[in-house]
Ligand binder design. Structure first.
Ligand code: DOR
Ligand code: ZN
Length: 348
């Protein structure tokens, strides 16, 4: 098999930012993906339907002519989110999901949730409306080791949340651990997970190999090898609960390569070469389409995209690894793990 044709993929977790950065990075995702769930962690965040409409307008203006790309919009859950926004956004079809950041967990999460009792009314409205809650699954307790924050979150926050809202539709975003994968596998139909390309390709040793590698730093941070292997198994298993969310998260190079660098890996230009490599190495190329193009739409109750893309077994053009110019912000460095790349996108 030197060429594979698959239904056009979707990205179920994407950061496209705003302003110059938005204009530079959005066309890269719009060329490949039919749809993407747009993360709301702007400064200030996308807090209500007015913010959401304005942001959607700026995104649509950045979509290249002729592209059929559709942004799927989310709200940022705060302790003052109005349940009416959930009902109205569902009724109008403008709202696809709501993002939960525990306050302080990651980039631009300060407006997130501290006290879960304060968002009960919103969660009830979401459960009623069938709107998925997208969870950044890490505790913020500074006493918990950074490598344990996901597993502890499952125990302390996620399991009780599911007990209180048994019909709430939940996506555990960017799982990074064996515990995350097995929790999601073992829970009801209403709980799914996204997995990023980087967590299938790097482990925590890679972040420190030969020196500190800021472009391998994201949150949740990559864990030890056994976790990477568990994620590869989950992603390539064909289990419909697991689907692609790239978490492509661009930061200007100066904000990554500095004394206190930002979390976030920019993988949009290399998503498919990365994934084809992983699925081929796992002997599961026949399940790539389920992960990138079928399982996500099924969970979100949307039809799969109608057209197809073609991947070819040829080393990708070096140009895809070139840093992207983002105007006054400088450049964004593209994710490049130390693996041979044998697949490229022939037609998107
Ligand atoms: O690495 C990350 N970067 N993790 C997140 O949760 C947020 C993201 C960002 O916005 O840069
Ligand atoms: Zn993210």
């Amino acid at each position: 098999m030197d060429r594979i044709e698959i239904i056009r993929p979707d990205d179920w977790h994407l950061h496209v930012r705003d302003g110059e950065m938005l204009k530079a990075v959005l066309p890269i995702s719009a060329r490949l993906f039919g749809r993407a769930i747009i993360m709301p962690n702007l400064v200030p965040p996308v807090r209500d339907l007015d913010d959401l409409r304005a942001y959607r307008g700026r995104i649509e203006a950045a979509v290249p002519k002729g592209s059929g790309f559709r942004p799927l919009m989310t709200l940022y859950l705060t302790e003052t989110t109005d349940p009416a926004d959930i009902r109205n956004g569902t009724a109008s079809g403008e709202l696809t999901a709501v993002k939960l950041y525990p306050a302080g967990a990651t980039t631009n999460s300060d407006a997130g949730v501290k006290d879960f009792k304060r968002v009960h009314k919103v969660l009830e409205a979401m459960q009623e409306a069938g709107i998925p809650l997208l969870v950044h699954g890490e505790v913020v307790d500074p006493d918990v080791d950074i490598f344990d924050r996901e597993a502890v979150f499952i125990e302390r926050v996620l399991a009780p949340l599911i007990r209180d809202f048994p019909a709430l539709r939940i996506v555990m975003e960017h799982i990074t651990t064996e515990e995350g994968a097995s929790f999601v596998s073992g829970t009801g139909e209403n709980v799914a997970a996204t997995i990023t390309p980087q967590h299938l390709l790097i482990n925590r040793n890679d972040i420190f190999r030969g020196g500190i590698r800021p472009h391998f730093y994201c949150l949740p941070i990559a864990k030890r090898e056994s976790h990477r292997l568990a994620l590869r198994k989950a992603a390539t298993s064909g289990n419909a609960k697991f689907f692609l969310g790239t978490d492509s998260a661009p930061h200007p190079v100066g904000n990554k390569e500095c004394a206190c660098g930002c979390a976030g890996i920019f993988n949009a230009p290399v998503t498919m070469p990365c994934l084809a490599q992983v699925f081929e190495d796992e002997g599961a190329l026949d399940r790539l389409e389920a992960f990138t193009s079928l399982n996500g739409p099924a969970f979100y109750r949307l039809p799969p995209n109608e057209d197809r893309i073609v991947l070819a077994r040829t080393a990708p053009d070096e140009a895809i690894f070139r840093a992207i110019d983002v105007g006054a912000d400088g450049q964004v460095v593209v994710f490049r793990p130390d693996v041979p790349f044998r697949w490229s996108v022939e037609k998107a």
